[in-house]
Write a protein that binds this ligand. Structure first.
Ligand code: FES
Length: 117
């Protein structure tokens, strides 16, 4: 009777890597949110061209974060939370760092993957 309340089993939940495009598709010093299965992930291409990726959900109250190139930080607009480009919470209320995702470059393609801990 209450079956409809259970979350549907989605294939997306098992995603372990996502191709986000070619290296030059993202400008340096920019960021974007991608869907990693059903989770938002923030991908940042740093000013030096290196890619990094983190969980896109703020560790404070779960707002979606964004990249601010004027600060060169990941920023949460909800309560002015800030993270550096290693995912560390450096300012504002976030109590913990952002979970890190791996980046691999294969045949000029950028792939985000879950890092094994
Ligand atoms: S939810 Fe991100 S700082 Fe509060």
């Amino acid at each position: 009777m209450f079956k409809y309340l259970e979350p549907p089993e989605v294939e997306e939940a098992k995603v372990s890597n996502v191709k986000i495009g070619e290296i030059e598709d993202m400008e340096k010093d920019s960021g974007k949110i991608i869907k990693f299965g059903n989770k938002p992930v923030i991908v940042v291409r740093k000013a030096d061209g290196e890619y990094v990726a983190f969980a896109g959900v703020c560790t404070h109250l779960d707002c979606i974060v964004q990249y601010r190139n004027d600060l060169e930080q990941i920023y949460c607009a909800c309560h002015n939370g800030r993270y550096d480009l290693n995912g560390r919470n450096v300012s504002g209320p976030p109590p913990a760092p952002l979970e890190k995702y791996g980046i691999a470059i294969k045949n000029n393609e950028v792939i985000v993957f879950v890092e094994k801990t």
